[in-house]
Design a protein around this ligand. Structure first.
Ligand code: ADP
Ligand code: MG
Length: 358
């Protein structure tokens, strides 16, 4: 199943863009600010959520035009449309039927690697947790509902904590709900890590990462509901002082080590960290090979030497997933040869425009 066409209207710097695609990777090149990342961001709106910039819908509408934005995509015999009217949130229409955003995930899995993820291993755990949950969701669609159930119960527990409620009766049912959903969440995360582990190819250019799920608190067993519930009960006084829940699967972290020295990712060079992430992204796409996958790789060539770049393109070309890549110049994509198509992007005043170069 391939994405044959993608059309943008009034999306960020693009008044219009109509792209006919085929199964080959698409290399988008152009100077800074020409609108390359905007195309990838639009493609990321073919997944549920707010896209990889996590921007509110009104911000994505082209400045100075009071029309809102629209994205259309042809995926085999399906027509996907998503748009946001001025000052409105976005809506999704598939084959002329209004559907919830989550319906998008049944047609296409979108996986991205963007420069903001360069610091994933060195920054706070939140980013890694969000990444882990995105990977888990791509492999196990029930993950979103579990996360919602957990968060809803946690919000109610946090309200009790802030209101200084000390009666255990009020907490027990909420903590039991958090414990059930939290244990299932943790099992999903562990299964996802196993599947990513199994799908990593390894090798010199993109070494396999050894991934671990780190519980937020001590050596807790977050796959066991009773263990989560007991810990929450024991933590009530401390949580009340903090005004929020300080223990549980919402505090978990993702660890990554690699190589013969089992080097932590955070201590590796920028290029090595990028290579590790690429190994994971490619493994994620491979683990989903029975489904349509769209890979968005923004500025991936930036930290890679020429050999690694060529190795990356070999792997991308060998995968059933469709990919969109960006870079500042065509020379970055030379190693693709005729295996990829190339689109040149320029900026004329406030408008981006595109031209095929093959
Ligand atoms: N809502 C918007 N309306 C019009 N232009 C926008 C909007 N949001 C961002 N831009 C413009 O898009 C440009 C950035 O495009 P981007 O795709 O990130 O560039 P690059 O080619 O470097 O990846 C910036 O010049 C910015 O001014
Ligand atoms: Mg960019």
């Amino acid at each position: 199943m391939t994405l044959q066409r993608i059309e943008l209207a009034q999306f960020r710097s693009w008044p219009r863009l109509d792209l006919d695609l085929d199964a080959r990777p698409l290399a988008i090149f152009g100077p800074n600010g020409s609108g390359k990342t905007n195309i990838l961001e639009a493609a990321s709106m073919l997944a549920p959520g707010r896209g990889f910039r996590a921007a509110p819908a009104p911000e994505q509408a082209r400045k100075g035009v009071e029309a809102g934005w629209r994205i259309r995509a042809g995926l085999q015999d399906h027509l996907i449309e998503t748009q946001a009217a001025p000052a409105q949130s976005r809506v999704v229409v598939i084959d002329d039927k209004s559907v919830p955003q989550t319906a998008l995930a049944r047609l296409l899995r979108v996986i991205w690697l963007v420069p903001a993820m360069d610091r994933l291993w060195t920054e706070a755990p939140e980013g890694r947790r969000r990444y882990l949950d995105r990977v888990t969701l791509s492999l196990m669609p029930d993950h979103a509902d579990l996360a919602l159930t957990y968060e809803k119960a946690m919000r109610e527990r946090n309200r009790l904590l802030r209101d200084q409620v000390s009666d255990p009766g009020w907490y027990r049912a909420l903590e039991a709900r958090m414990a059930e959903a939290g244990a299932a969440l943790t099992r999903n995360r562990l299964t996802a890590l196993e599947r990513i582990d199994a799908a990593q190819e390894g090798g010199r250019d993109f070494p396999a990462a050894r991934l671990t799920l780190l519980p937020g608190e001590g050596h807790a067993d977050d796959t066991d509901p009773a263990s989560i519930a007991d810990r929450m009960a024991a933590m009530r006084a401390r949580d009340m002082a903090a005004g929020r829940s300080l223990t549980g699967p919402h505090r978990a972290d993702l660890g990554a080590h690699w190589g013969p020295e089992d080097m932590p990712a955070a201590l590796s060079s920028t290029g090595e960290q990028k290579a590790l992430l690429l190994s994971l992204i490619l493994a994620n796409a491979r683990a989903l090979s029975d489904q349509p996958v769209l890979l968005l790789l923004d500025e991936v060539a930036a930290h890679l030497d020429a050999d690694r770049r060529a190795a990356l393109y070999d792997r991308i070309a060998a995968m059933p997933a469709q990919s969109l890549l960006t870079g500042t110049g065509p020379e970055l994509f030379e190693a693709f040869g005729t295996r990829a198509r190339a689109l040149s992007v320029t900026r004329d005043g406030s408008r981006s425009q595109a031209a095929w170069t093959d």
